[in-house]
Structures are given as structure tokens and as C-alpha cells.
Design a protein around this ligand. Structure first.
Ligand code: SAH
Ligand code: SF4
Ligand code: F3S
Length: 483
């Protein structure tokens, strides 16, 4: 079940791992479909304008887009997935790899063409590329009217009104989140499962990664505010919540009093109606035994750990500045499996980090086999602005990175297949997400371990928890029948 990044020109970024053909719209790298999925909720009648948002990148960005929809509704914009009727078009951008950034400029070129005869249509760019590039975006793309960053989403309505009222370009990038995190309205694109951000930013400085630069320092939301949001979600019928952060396992260290993710899981785990809680993405160094205990003991906490290792080789890990060795990671995996034997463990791995020798790369491949990951996001290393490794002299040639990536993907696929086959003939609880895109006769849902399962069933089951007996498995998905 690997979500694969085909190369450093990949077109999609970090997603919930465990993609399948059925999830490809949101999660395949090669997917060219707009990521806009509109909510089925009725649109208030006082909205006289339309906003289209194209979202690249991780769940954090997708969640941010839902907040943009919420904020813009307050000034009269209804969400649309039709570019032709949009009065405001927003690109919510990702900078994690070169390919993601290149895509921004190709979209802007296209948008420029299609808005040529629509002088009143505004184009805004937000997200991680905007945070990094700021007003340079105006030079690179003359069609852009508004640029805003990752720390000032709440200002979007004002910026839009300013651009509308003055007819001038507007840019606002701030370097830190406001001291008191604003609670912004949200229009969620999924009626069953919801994202809730619990910590923003990242205090690590991995030598390849642009995230700390574009997302700033770690800042945790208060547990009270998170619990309030989750209670509202439960009241609206949501059954699943994914707690989001770039480094979610560091949650709470900056709060007074200090708490950790395990405390939060215990605190919100009992909210009636929320049957499943997940968290993404954790840094292995911060995954303490108390977090594992909380997942083991709180019924709603899903047996699923996404723990990016990045490389299976100690010298590479040191040069990446990850702060752990392979043995440390393996010990964590042992702790998880001892405490929660059925837990799924997924990861991220980079192929072709500067200076990575063939043998060091093969250590990553061996590690995939040894750990037996349920899935991995894999990517060829992409040199990024503001990151030290981008300037190192020992860059790996493009073809070699691609070759390593292909080889790594084969190992990941084999490992996923083995994990999935272990589920044959078991009965799994699924949260039904919708119709399968491949075969509309079938429904699709996820296990607690985040695996996609397709099965035949009535549409009425969408949004419900059902039990399904697993009948077949491939590396990407499972098939079953209602038990
Ligand atoms: N905070 C998470 C990762 C968030 S970024 C962690 O530390 O584990 C998402 C993923 O993008 C990373 O796990 C990494 O595998 C990948 N990534 C980040 N920078 C990259 C780069 N320069 N080239 C290729 N992949 C990269
Ligand atoms: Fe990037 Fe490292 Fe922070 Fe993850 S922990 S977001 S890889 S700097
Ligand atoms: Fe991309 Fe920004 Fe997320 S760089 S992966 S959208 S935090």
C-alpha cells in the first residue's frame, strides 16, 4: 500500500499513506484531477460569489484550505469546483520538493490564460511556496493579485476585500503565528472524517527539509480548544478525527502546564461519537512510551503509527540530522508491537540523499524488509532552498535517484503485500467513506489501521462503521464482503 512519489518532479506531496486506486484523486502523485471535493452540505443563500481552491501538499494544507473556505464564506464566497464561475481562485501551495513548486507556476500560467477575459476574477496564492517567495510571486506570475502565507490564513478575507476595493495587488507574509491562535471557521470537504490541527510548525532542522522555514516554530493548540472542536465534530455526526501536525508527537511541550500527545489522546479519547482518533505525522524521537500506552488503552485511538524513518542507514540519518539511529527506531517498533500486536506501521523514506552510497541506500531497502512496513511514502531527494544539503557537493545524479526509488518501491510494495495478506479471512471494522471510484458498484472504507477496503454494499452505509471479511489483498488495497 505504498504512496509513491515518482521523482523529485512529483506532483503530490505527503498524504495519509495507504493510497489505493480508489484514493487516487486525492493521493496519487500522477493525478491531474483538481483536489477540490465539495462538501455535500447546503450552501447558504447569502453567498453571491464563488471561490475555487486548488490544494497541493500535505493534510495540513488540505485542512488549511477547508479553513479558507470557512473564512471566505463569511464575506460571501461559496465554494465551487468549477473554475469557469470562480470569482476568486486560490492556489494553496507546497514547497516540499522541486516538482511541487514547479507545479505552482504551471498552474498560474494556465489560470492566467483562462482569466484573460475575466478582469474581475482574483487569483491568490497561499501556502508554503507563498510563505517562501512572498512578493516575488508577482514578478514570476503577473496574473497573481494576492499573496498570503502559512501564518495568516485568518487575514484572508481582509486581504481579498482589500484587493477587491483598491484594485491593487496585496501581499502579506508574517513570520510567526499570532500569539493567541485565532479560531477560524471551517467548511469540511468530508462528512465522515475530519482533520483537526493540534500543533503547527517544526523545531527540527533536518538538513533536507524546507518545512521549518515555511511553517515556523512549533506551537501547540490548547487541549481545551481541541476538545471543543472535537465535541462540535461529534455533534455534527463525525466519527473519525485525525490530529494533525508536522511533528504531532511533540505536541504540548510548549504549553503551560506541559502535556504530551498521550495526555491529549486520553483527554479527547472519550468524546462520545468520535469512534476513531488518529495522528499524523510523528517524529520517531518524540514517540514516548506514554503515547504508545495511550493508543493501547484508549478505545478510540487507532492502532496506526505513521513514523517517518527517512533512511535505514546510520551515517545517512546522522547527515540528515534526524537525531536517532536505526536501532533506536527498531526499538520503538518493538515497543509498539509488544504493546499493540496488530498495529500498522508506515513510514517515509528518501532515496538518493546527497552522498548516499549504494550500500547505504541498500540499508534502507533492507530495513523496509526487516521492519515489514505496512506502507511507505517514498521520494527521490530534491534539493530545497534554505536547506544545507542542497549545497553539498556530493549530489546524486537524477537517473541514480530514480533507479534507487524504483528499487525501493519494489521492496515497499512487497512489504505492503505481505502485511495485507495477513488480513485475509479476518473480519475488520471499516468506516465507510463512499463509493469506490474504480467501481461505483462497490463502497470503500478504511480499517482502524488505515487500510483501504472495497466491498459491495448499499449507499446507506456511507459514514457508518461496518464489519467486513477480507477476501483478497494486493499491495495497495483489500477486498472483502460484509460480515
Ligand atoms: N515531519 C515529518 C515529515 C514531514 S515532510 C517527519 O519528520 O518525519 C514529509 C516528507 O517529505 C518527509 O517525511 C520526507 O520523507 C519528505 N521530504 C522532505 N523534504 C524532502 C526533500 N528535500 N526531498 C525529498 N523528500 C523530502
Ligand atoms: Fe522536516 Fe524534519 Fe521537521 Fe519533519 S522533523 S518537518 S522532516 S525538519
Ligand atoms: Fe508541503 Fe508545506 Fe505540507 S511544504 S508537505 S504543504 S507543510
Amino acid at each position: 500500500m505504498s504512496q509513491t512519489f515518482t521523482d523529485d518532479k512529483s506532483t503530490a506531496e505527503l498524504t495519509i499513506p495507504v493510497a489505493s486506486a480508489d484514493a487516487c484523486c486525492a493521493e496519487e502523485t500522477s493525478c491531474t484531477e483538481p483536489s477540490v471535493v465539495l462538501s455535500t452540505k447546503p450552501v447558504p443563500s447569502n453567498l453571491d460569489k464563488h471561490v475555487y481552491i486548488e490544494t497541493f501538499g500535505c493534510q495540513m494544507n488540505k485542512s488549511d484550505s477547508e479553513h479558507m473556505f470557512g473564512l471566505l464564506e463569511e464575506i460571501g464566497y461559496a465554494a465551487t469546483d468549477d473554475l469557469k464561475i470562480a470569482d476568486l481562485m486560490i492556489l494553496n501551495t507546497c514547497a516540499i520538493r522541486g516538482g511541487a513548486e514547479d507545479k505552482v507556476y504551471s498552474y498560474l500560467g494556465h489560470w492566467r490564460k483562462i482569466t484573460r477575459d475575466r478582469p474581475d476574477t482574483l487569483i491568490a496564492v497561499g501556502g508554503c511556496v507563498a510563505q517562501d517567495e512572498g512578493e516575488n510571486l508577482f514578478e514570476r506570475s503577473p496574473a497573481v493579485d494576492i499573496v498570503f502565507g502559512t501564518h495568516n490564513l485568518h487575514r484572508l478575507p481582509d486581504l481579498v476585500l482589500q484587493a477587491r476595493n483598491t484594485g491593487k495587488r496585496v501581499v502579506e507574509i508574517i513570520q510567526e503565528l499570532p500569539e493567541d491562535l485565532p479560531e477560524t471557521p471551517v467548511i469540511r470537504m468530508n462528512d465522515t472524517t475530519a482533520w483537526v490541527s493540534i500543533i503547527y510548525g517544526c523545531d527540527y532542522n533536518c538538513t533536507y527539509c524546507i518545512v521549518p522555514y515555511v511553517r515556523g516554530r512549533e506551537k501547540s493548540r490548547s487541549p481545551e480548544s481541541i476538545a471543543r472542536e472535537m465535541e462540535e465534530l461529534a455533534a455534527s455526526g463525525y466519527k473519525e478525527v485525525t490530529l494533525l501536525g508536522q511533528n504531532v508527537t511533540a505536541y504540548g511541550h510548549d504549553l503551560d502546564p506541559q502535556i504530551h500527545l498521550g495526555d491529549l489522546i486520553r483527554q479527547v479519547g472519550g468524546i462520545s461519537g468520535i469512534k476513531r482518533i488518529r495522528f499524523l505525522t510523528g517524529h520517531p524521537r518524540d514517540l514516548n512510551p506514554e503515547i504508545i500506552d495511550a493508543v493501547a488503552e484508549v478505545d478510540s485511538a487507532c492502532e496506526y503509527f505513521h513514523l517517518p524513518i527517512q533512511a535505514g542507514d546510520d551515517r545517512t540519518l546522522r547527515r540528515m540530522a534526524r537525531g536517532y539511529k536505526v536501532d533506536f527506531y527498531k526499538r520503538i517498533v518493538d515497543q509498539i508491537r509488544t504493546r499493540i500486536p496488530d498495529a500498522a506501521i508506515t513510514s517515509d523514506i528518501i532515496a538518493g540523499f546527497p552522498g548516499e552510497t549504494e550500500e547505504e541506500f541498500l540499508n534502507s531497502v533492507r530495513l523496509v524488509e526487516e521492519i515489514g512496513f505496512d506502507a511507505c511514502n517514498t521520494a527521490a531527494y530534491s534539493p530545497r532552498n534554505h536547506t544545507p544539503s542542497a549545497n553539498w557537493p556530493d549530489q546524486i545524479p537524477h537517473e541514480v535517484k530514480q533507479e534507487r526509488l524504483r528499487f525501493l518501491n519494489m521492496a515497499v510494495s512487497e512489504s505492503s503485500h505481505k502485511c495485507n495478506q495477513k488480513l485475509l479471512n479476518t473480519v475488520q471494522e471499516l468506516l465507510v467513506e463512499g463509493r469506490s471510484t474504480r467501481n461505483p458498484e462497490r463502497l470503500t472504507g478504511r480499517t482502524r489501521t488505515n487500510k483501504l477496503v472495497n466491498f459491495a454494499g448499499d449507499e446507506k452505509l456511507i459514514g457508518q462503521l461496518v464489519n467486513v471479511k477480507i477476501q483478497s489483498a494486493n499491495p495497495w488495497a483489500l477486498r472483502g464482503e460484509l460480515a
